[in-house]
Write a protein that binds this ligand. Structure first.
Ligand code: SAM
Length: 297
């Protein structure tokens, strides 16, 4: 079992999650956060550019120096499923099996598939174990002119068992009141607890958090989920891990993590982001064989 390895070190696994998940034992994880492809129908790609001095460059900087932008890296993954529910369903069945009795699933999706996934999750987890529909609202990028611009994602939250799930509201970072003048100085200084609508910026273009991986999610979103639904020392799983946001947050909060992704570019980003000292890197093939993975930092 891969979890034997997890006891010694945190885990990053390269492989199709449907090949990896059967190797993880039931009930081992307190939180599963997943942010699967949204089925946009197009390949998701990010080109990272680097600015270099070039006398023929099209940008002029300080002292008349000319600069050009050259491609530094291109990372991407396929985001098209002929039958999305057929793709996601067996993975959600594993998610349910892998959660502890007090555990919680955070399923991050957008308006294209959320309603179909809600019905599917009701089936897999039981309707009574639906805890929340979190709206992550942001405001960036282009605006459609022929409809209301779509500026939110949805995070469906399910627990393994509504009678025993763990949820510690007081462990969550408080946020400023929208109208602090209405609540008095003491309350305003303390801030308020977030509701199920989370206003949060996207990953800032400049700043340490940005990895260049397509559709990277902000650490602040995952932090809130882990603070409320897990304790230090608990195991956290993300089997659509991408740039490893969940692993980075888990490590910062003293949680243990297992990250899975089928894209070698994601594993490269995670190697840089999560380090190699306390993390074991493995690969799982379609026959379920587990082998150590050579990493480049
Ligand atoms: C939206 S991205 C996740 C981004 C991540 N939350 C972050 O903050 O960087 C979805 C990821 O799912 C991965 N993926 C898609 N199908 C997969 C599969 N069958 N098994 C494992 N990973 C898969 C893609 O390679 C991609 O990295």
């Amino acid at each position: 079992m891969l979890i034997d390895t997890l006891d010694e070190a945190d885990l990053v696994v390269l492989g199709d999650n449907l090949d990896v998940l059967p190797a993880l034992p039931g009930g081992a994880f307190q939180v599963i956060y997943i942010d699967p492809p949204f089925n946009t129908g197009t390949r998701q790609e990010r080109l990272t550019l680097q600015t270099v001095q070039d006398p023929r460059g099209d940008r002029v900087g300080f002292g008349g120096q000319r600069y050009a932008s050259v491609p530094l890296s291109r990372m991407g993954y396929s985001d098209r499923a002929d039958d999305y529910l057929e793709f996601i369903a067996p993975r959600l069945v594993h998610a349910n099996r892998l959660l502890s009795d007090t555990g919680t699933l955070y399923f991050h999706i957008d308006q294209r598939e959320v309603h179909y996934c809600k019905v599917l999750l009701d089936d897999v987890f039981g309707r009574s174990n639906f805890l929340n529909e979190i709206i992550w609202a942001y405001d960036y990028g282009g605006r459609a002119r022929d409809r209301w611009p779509a500026k939110h994602d949805t995070i469906l939250v399910y627990v393994k068992d509504r009678a025993s799930h763990y949820f510690d509201q007081e462990a969550v970072e408080r946020i400023p009141y929208m109208a602090p003048g209405l609540v008095g100085p003491e309350k305003a200084a303390r801030g308020k607890l977030p509701t199920d609508v989370w206003w949060h910026t996207i990953v800032p273009t400049r700043g340490g958090e940005k990895t260049g991986y397509p559709n990277q999610k902000p650490e602040g979103i995952v932090r809130r989920a882990l603070q409320a639904s897990s304790r230090p020392g608990d195991f956290v799983l993300d089997f659509f891990a991408g740039s490893g946001t969940t692993g980075a947050v888990a490590a910062n909060l003293g949680r243990r993590f297992a990250m899975v992704d089928s894209n070698p570019a994601a594993i490269e980003v995670m190697t840089r982001r999560l380090g190699v000292e306390s993390v074991k890197y493995l690969t799982v093939d379609s026959a379920g064989a587990v082998t150590p993975l050579k990493t480049r930092q």
